[in-house]
Design a protein. Sequence first.
Length: 249
Amino acid sequence: MKERNPIWSGVGVLVGVIVAILAIVRGRWQFPLLAFAVALWALWVVYSLTVLTRKGKTGFKRRGKKSSGIDRAMAEMVLRHVNYRITDRLKAAYPNARWEWMMRDPALFVVQGGTGRIRVYGVPEYDYADITVDQCGKLSCSFITMTPVDRPAEQPPNRQEQDPQAWYDDHAEKILEQLVSDLDSRGNNSLLLKEDGSVVACCDGNESETRKGILSRLPPKDHWDELAELIEQDGLTATVQDSCIAVTW
């Protein structure tokens, strides 16, 4: 319900008092009483204005807090939406990708827009990515890698000792399966895994090699015997050589 302004109520009282003084009092007391009534009404106006001002400030602060709460909830909802978009973008290229924000308040970032950094996991050759969100809602992702300066012996987290089983499951098994199917359909029966990760095919009696793809972060040579065993578990034959692993079927 709308509150009635006490100042207007005071005006009505003042008018009534003045009318009563004019009707009842005569002579020299009439003017002093009228002046006293007006002065008393003026004091009442000042007091009422002070009370209204304080109430207005209190109400504004309360509304401000409520609005802030609504804005924060909206920011958190927008953040979850952006999180899903980033996850979909990463997993489209790297199915095992995981990530986390590298900033204190990502909800504020996604609302205001700009460029923020995330830490990525399960993304070969990259450690971080810069996420850019513009005012139109467009999202872009740029992968970056950190290389230590003057500290060659210290490796970034994504360059640490590899597990051949995990590497084969995540990066090689499906690629080899597709390449073997493709080569077999065209009469080939072998391929080579080079030390640099490249996959090449050789025709019998032909020394030339045809590059068919590349496997990122191929485990070092001291893991090749274990890698050959993993390949043979898929029904292929793998032979470790000086500079490559020969795969036949």
